[in-house]
Design a protein around this ligand. Structure first.
Ligand code: FES
Ligand SMILES: [Fe+2]
Length: 322
């Protein structure tokens, strides 16, 4: 198990809850651990993906009602993780040691979240989730051969828009970043009033300046909303740290405009943005985000990133950082 109490005691997305619909089960890898996630009646459970008998993956097995059966010799586990049946010896009571390691799991925003330690933090808020005037589209997962904190920092960075997302999120002849505010408190980091000139910020074809507000709720969960007069667009992005330099990015995109566009079109837009970020973020060296502010050069326009690095350092996040 990794040595990062902050991320171990935090909630991480492992997949959409509807991935459990067909077989009742899915597998994931989180912070270097293989996990099986399965549905036992009303509950969603997350366990170490390992049978106590001969170490095969339980996620290759089958869900039967409120039990999970190993694919190899059919050992069957109840929802508490205890083996309740060894088919080769049906009369024999399974030893108490035949108990799978269990983790915490919950469902929020139609996603399954898992905590490998003892949950020490609330799930991040998602202000637009319950507002029916917003349509919502789940995007990803995008696989990055990169450290989670590098990906979050990229998400918080507006100065790359005119270059990496030229003519989509920014234009090359308007690259300046004006002053903006950053506050770090017990809710995380808030960067507000960031003006960005965009060629078509709300799908109407009209170029204008929009105002971004970013929030970093957790080390690997960040959010922004962008507003102009009327239309509002927001994204909550969640990184699943698989290994230190291998991560998934999930995004819920919500907006109160562009109802005429199909879900596929809107998702394709986000796919394009993610694909533009991918080679840049994967190329960054060092791969682990340096928390020592002397290690890279910073400008005033980087102050969200500076606040993020300071905050990770204060929290004591070590996985994916240097
Ligand atoms: S390895 Fe799971 S039942 Fe034998
Ligand atoms: Fe980007």
């Amino acid at each position: 198990m990794i040595n990062d109490p902050v991320l171990l005691n935090d909630w991480h997305v492992v997949g959409p809850v509807n991935a459990l619909d067909e077989s009742g089960m899915m597998s994931a890898r989180l912070l270097g651990e293989d996990i099986v996630i399965w549905r036992a009646g009303e509950q969603v459970l997350a366990w170490q993906d390992l049978c106590l008998h001969r170490g095969s993956k339980l996620s290759l097995g089958e869900v039967h009602g409120e039990t999970l059966m190993c694919p190899y010799h059919g050992w069957t586990y109840g929802s508490q993780g205890q083996c309740v049946l060894m088919p080769a010896h049906p009369q024999q009571k399974p030893p108490t040691k035949a108990r799978v390691k269990t983790y915490h799991a919950c469902v929020a925003y139609d996603l399954v979240w898992v905590c490998l330690g003892e949950p020490g933090y609330d799930l991040p808020p998602f202000p637009e989730w319950d507002d029916s005037t917003f349509r919502r589209i789940l995007c990803g997962p995008y696989t990055f051969k990169a450290a989670g904190p590098r990906m979050v920092e990229n998400f918080l960075d507006v100065a790359h828009f005119p270059f990496v997302h030229e003519n989509i999120l920014g234009v090359r002849d308007r690259p300046e970043i004006a002053e903006y505010d950053v506050v770090t408190d017990e809710t995380g980091i808030t960067a507000s009033d960031i003006d960005v000139f965009q060629p078509n910020p709300d799908g109407t074809g009209e170029a204008k300046t929009v105002t971004y507000t970013y929030k970093v709720f957790r080390p690997l969960v960040a959010y922004f909303k962008k507003e102009s007069t009327g239309p509002r667009f927001a994204i909550i992005m969640m990184v699943t740290p698989i290994e230190e330099t291998l991560s998934l990015m999930w995004m819920w995109m919500v907006m109160n405009h562009s109802y005429e566009k199909s879900e596929e079109e809107l998702r394709a837009f986000q796919d394009e943005i993610a694909l533009q970020d991918l080679p840049i973020v994967e190329s960054q060296r060092p791969e682990l985000l340096p928390l020592d502010l002397q290690a890279e050069l910073h400008l005033r326009s980087d102050r969200t990133a500076i606040a993020y690095r300071r905050w990770l350092n204060d929290l004591g996040v070590t996985f994916g950082t240097a």
